[in-house]
Ligand binder design. Structure first.
Ligand SMILES: Cc1cc2nc3c(=O)[nH]c(=O)nc-3n(C[C@H](O)[C@H](O)[C@H](O)COP(=O)(O)OP(=O)(O)OC[C@H]3O[C@@H](n4cnc5c(N)ncnc54)[C@H](O)[C@@H]3O)c2cc1C
Length: 261
């Protein structure tokens, strides 16, 4: 059973080419679970949408074909003028609508499938997700006030992603998304939800995964986000380098993240 809480808006972005995949099953479970709890859910099913993964000049309808493409300035101008391509604008509208964002994906080569990377590249535009017109990164961030959850499946087992695992700690593998995407743009990242050993999952393990996922979804708006450091929290110098004596998050002999306030 889900716990009663204030209805909120949740955007679920899911990326798998097979509609009967484990990823798709977990996405459906999440949608049903969140709606049963009273939340409003919108889904961006990237393969079903035939999402165009590659950022190029077509993202900017006003860009003259014979001009050199300066990506950040083209993104910034198109964003400010409301002249991004309609598929990007639609996803940005969903992000602004949301109180929480969930990315559901199989771990491919220690990262997201290319179609989801393309969603990030194209949707988190300059002057929308970062840039001088929006609040600064790692402090407030353009998308502040929203939560973010990575929900992933991995072929390898959990121990391989532990502190002494061959693949490295899951927190390190997902750091580019948790810190570089979410925290940079102001989204408050929760601890990720991962189903390990997912290449061949028994019915029992699938049921256990759903149960755990349900618990995590129940905590979407109440669990404590990862307390990453803020740029203005006194830990960094002006060149964005940690001050002497302050250890990088998670490596100070403590397997936790620290934020000084
Ligand atoms: C290109 C590529 C790169 C990869 N890189 C990595 C990597 O870097 N690290 C790593 O650890 N792994 C990696 N993998 C493995 C990958 O992460 C897993 O195969 C994937 O996470 C499994 O999720 P899926 O949704 O594709 O599962 P599926 O293949 O759809 O299903 C996996 C299993 O889940 C069960 N299942 C599926 N659907 C259901 C359902 N509806 N109900 C109940 N049970 C179901 C079945 O037992 C099935 O065998 C990679 C795979 C690929 C293709």
């Amino acid at each position: 059973m889900t716990t009663a809480s204030q209805p909120r808006n949740v955007l679920l972005v899911t990326a798998h080419p097979e509609p009967s995949s484990l990823t798709a099953a977990l996405s459906s479970f999440a949608v049903d679970h969140l709606r049963a709890a009273g939340h409003r859910v919108r889904v961006s099913d990237l393969y079903a949408m035939k999402w165009r993964a590659v950022l190029d000049a077509d993202d900017f309808p006003d860009h003259p074909a014979d001009h050199r493409l300066e990506i950040l300035s083209a993104q910034g101008e198109a964003t400010r003028a409301g002249r991004l391509s309609p598929d990007i604008a639609a996803e940005q509208e969903k992000l602004l609508w949301s109180d929480a964002v969930i990315l559901q994906f199989p771990l491919w080569w220690f990262s997201v499938p290319a179609i989801l990377k393309g969603w990030i590249d194209r949707v988190f535009t300059f002057e929308f997700a970062h840039g001088p017109s929006v609040p600064p990164p790692y402090t407030e961030g353009a998308l502040a006030g929203r939560r973010a959850l990575l929900a992933t499946t991995t072929g390898a087992g959990g121990p391989a992603f532990s502190d002494r695992g061959a693949h490295g700690r899951l927190a390190d593998v997902l750091h580019p998304l948790q810190h570089g995407l979410f925290w940079f743009t102001g989204l408050a990242p929760l601890e990720p939800f991962a189903v390990h050993g997912a290449k061949d999952l028994s019915a029992h393990a699938f049921a256990a995964a759903r149960e755990e996922y349900g618990r995590r979804l129940d905590g979407l708006f109440t669990d404590e986000p990862i307390p990453y450091r803020t740029l203005n929290g006194g830990d960094y110098d002006r060149s964005m380098r940690l001050l002497p004596g302050i250890e990088p998050e998670g490596t100070a002999g403590l397997d936790i993240h620290l934020r000084s306030r």
